[in-house]
Design a protein around this ligand. Structure first.
Ligand code: 0CN
Ligand code: SF4
Length: 319
C-alpha cells in the first residue's frame, strides 16, 4: 500500500445537508412522468425540464422530447413548460396554437412573475437582478412588454438610467448567490433609496439552504465536489461559495468526471448537490470516492426541508 492509499483510507467524505432535489424540481419531474402516463409518449417539454443531464436523459428514455421553440411541437400535442418558467409571449403562443399545456414552472418562480405583473400594473419600472440568457430571466423579464431592466452586477447598476426614481422596484432570479445579490441590492438602494423590494426575498429557500450548508461544510474540507450540470445556475453558485472560502472545488455531472488527483493527500472531501441533481448521482460520486480508497462518510447536520408543491390540475390524482 502506498502512502497515498494510507492517507485516503483515513480520509472522510462530508455530506452537506440539505443537498439535491428541491420541491420545485421534484414537482417538475413528476409532472413530466405523469403526463407521459396519462397521454402516452411523446410529450414535448420546452427547454430542459430542470438543468440536469441525467434527469433529461432519463425522461427522454421514458418518452419526453425536449425542444427550445414551440414551433417544434406538432399541432395537437402536449407541451410542458420547464421549472424555470416562460414569458407571457410563449404562453400566448401555446394557447393560440391550441397546444395542451402543463406548466411545471416552480411556484416560487411564478410568485416572482406575479410580483412583476402587479408592480407593472401600478406603474413601476422593474429592475431584475439575474444572469443574462438564463431561461428564468427570459421568462420573468417577459412578464411585461416594457419597463423591465436587467442588471447582472454592480457595474450594470451604475449604468442604469430609469425614468422615475420614485417608482421603481426590484426582483431577482431565484437561484442567485445570496451574497452577490446582497451587494447588488445594496448598490441599487444606494442609487435609488426609494426602490421597492420584494416582501420576502425572491432567492428561494432551496438556493439559500444549499448555500448555507456549503458555508458550514466548506471550512471543514480540503476539497469540495458539487454534483450538478454546467448549465445549472444554483449548482454553479454552490461551487463558487466553496471556492470563495479558498477551498478547491469542482462541479461534476457524473462520477466519471472525478479526477483522482483532486483528492490526493486530502483528509476531508465535501460533497453536495445542486437542486436539480438526483441523490442517485451523489451516491454514485460517493461510491467512486470509495473506489478511490476513501472509506468513511459523515452526513453533516443541517436543515430538514419539508416543502412540497401541489401538482397542476389534471395531474394531481394518484398515478
Ligand atoms: O438547475 P436548475 O434546473 O435551474 P437553475 O439553477 O439553472 O435556475 O434547478 C432548478 C431551479 C429552478 C427554477
Ligand atoms: Fe423552485 Fe428554488 Fe427549486 Fe428553482 S431551486 S425549482 S425556484 S425551489
Amino acid at each position: 500500500m502506498s502512502i497515498t492509499d494510507t492517507t485516503l483510507a483515513e480520509a472522510e467524505i462530508l455530506l452537506a445537508q440539505p443537498r439535491g432535489f428541491c420541491a420545485g424540481v421534484d414537482r417538475a419531474i413528476e409532472i413530466v412522468e405523469r403526463a407521459i402516463k396519462l397521454h402516452g409518449s411523446p410529450i414535448y417539454v420546452r427547454h430542459e425540464i430542470v438543468h440536469n443531464a441525467y434527469v433529461v436523459e432519463d425522461l427522454r428514455k421514458k418518452g419526453a422530447i425536449f425542444i427550445e421553440q414551440l414551433e417544434e411541437v406538432p399541432a395537437g400535442n402536449t407541451v410542458i413548460f420547464s421549472a424555470h418558467g416562460v414569458s407571457k409571449a410563449v404562453r400566448t403562443e401555446a394557447e393560440s396554437r391550441g397546444l395542451r399545456v402543463y406548466d411545471a414552472t416552480c411556484p416560487l418562480v411564478t410568485k416572482v412573475h406575479i410580483e412583476v405583473a402587479k408592480m407593472r400594473a401600478d406603474g413601476f419600472d422593474i429592475v431584475m437582478i439575474g444572469h443574462k440568457g438564463h431561461p428564468e430571466v427570459e421568462g420573468t423579464m417577459g412578464q411585461a412588454g416594457e419597463g423591465m431592466h436587467l442588471v447582472e452586477d454592480i457595474e450594470d447598476v451604475q449604468a442604469l438610467t430609469l425614468p422615475d426614481a420614485e417608482r421603481i422596484a426590484f426582483v431577482t432570479q431565484t437561484t442567485l448567490s445570496v451574497d452577490d445579490a446582497a451587494e447588488i441590492i445594496a448598490a441599487l438602494k444606494a442609487k435609488y433609496p426609494a426602490i421597492r423590494e420584494p416582501k420576502k426575498q425572491d432567492i428561494c429557500y432551496a438556493t439559500q439552504n444549499r448555500q448555507d450548508a456549503v458555508k458550514f461544510m466548506a471550512p471543514q474540507c480540503d476539497v469540495v465536489i458539487v454534483v450538478g450540470s454546467p448549465n445549472s445556475s444554483n449548482s454553479n453558485r454552490l461551487r463558487e461559495v466553496a471556492e470563495k472560502r479558498g477551498i478547491p472545488s469542482y462541479m461534476v455531472d457524473s462520477p466519471t468526471q472525478i479526477d483522482p488527483a483532486w483528492i490526493e493527500g486530502k483528509r476531508r472531501i465535501g460533497v453536495t448537490a445542486g437542486a436539480s441533481a438526483p441523490e442517485a448521482l451523489a451516491q454514485a460520486v460517493i461510491a467512486r470516492l470509495h473506489e478511490l480508497g476513501v472509506r468513511n462518510v459523515r452526513a453533516l447536520e443541517g436543515i430538514e426541508e419539508n416543502i412540497a408543491f401541489p401538482l397542476p390540475r389534471g395531474l394531481g390524482l394518484p398515478a
